[in-house]
Design a protein around this ligand. Structure first.
Ligand code: C5P
Length: 209
């Protein structure tokens, strides 16, 4: 094939973003964090003072999104993530963004896409699929440490509740719920360092390619 796709899915704060970047660097592939496409769409609505519950309007904004302008630092804000998971339940929004993600996935020599529905919906024929997860408590702990390391204040209980609410919305929605593809390799990073997770991922990828 002229392009190879590595699909990486999992819940919020499981470490799939860091892992995806390491994998893309290692194999020389292009990387797309598809969560940023939902976040950028939500941010555009918020910035223009537009409602988050108008599906046709949100889909229109999603259609006009430029993948080249996605800025992780600007989109990391908590409120944007929350708004993103609200518009991500809308089928018309998903159709628009999935189309852009699929176009990206065909870049040579290969791509790494990470998100919630890459192995199940966006790139179901990907030769390598990873489902990266960790317990809710571990994910909340990691997010807390990340926030504290930036010198900001945060509370474990609030973050833990947030992780659980996001999981429930992502796993419970009707269109493209978060779940492992039947042929995905499960990688539970609850008790793994990022280095150990990267090593495990490389072994899975090298065996599949
Ligand atoms: O991964 P991230 O936290 O940036 O994603 C923000 C939200 O976008 C998620 O909670 C999820 O609802 C949505 N999303 C999605 N499908 C993807 C990626 C993200 O529904 N492929």
């Amino acid at each position: 094939a002229e392009h190879i796709i590595i699909a990486i899915d999992g819940p919020a704060a499981a470490g799939k973003g860091t892992l995806s970047r390491l994998i893309a660097d290692r194999y020389g592939f292009h990387h797309l964090d598809t969560g940023l496409t939902y976040r950028a769409t939500a941010k555009a609505l918020l910035d223009q003072g537009l409602p988050l519950d108008d599906e046709a309007l949100a889909a229109d904004v999603a259609h006009r999104l430029e993948l080249s302008g996605l800025d992780r630092d600007v989109l990391a804000v908590h409120e944007i993530g929350e708004a993103a998971s609200r518009i991500a339940v809308m089928p018309a929004v998903r159709r628009a963004l999935v189309e852009a993600q699929q176009a990206f996935s065909r870049r040579a020599p290969g791509t790494v896409l990470d998100g919630r529905d890459i192995g199940t919906v966006v790139c179901p024929a990907a030769p390598v699929k990873l489902y990266v997860t960790a317990s809710p408590a571990v994910r909340a702990r990691r997010r807390l440490e990340e926030i504290l390391s930036r010198g900001e204040q945060a509370d474990f209980d609030a973050i833990f509740a947030d992780v659980q609410r996001r999981d429930a919305r992502d796993m419970g929605r009707a269109d493209s719920p978060l779940r492992p593809a039947a042929d995905a390799h499960l990688l539970d990073t609850s008790e793994m360092s990022i280095e150990a997770a990267f090593q495990a991922a490389r072994e899975i990828i090298d065996a599949a390619l």
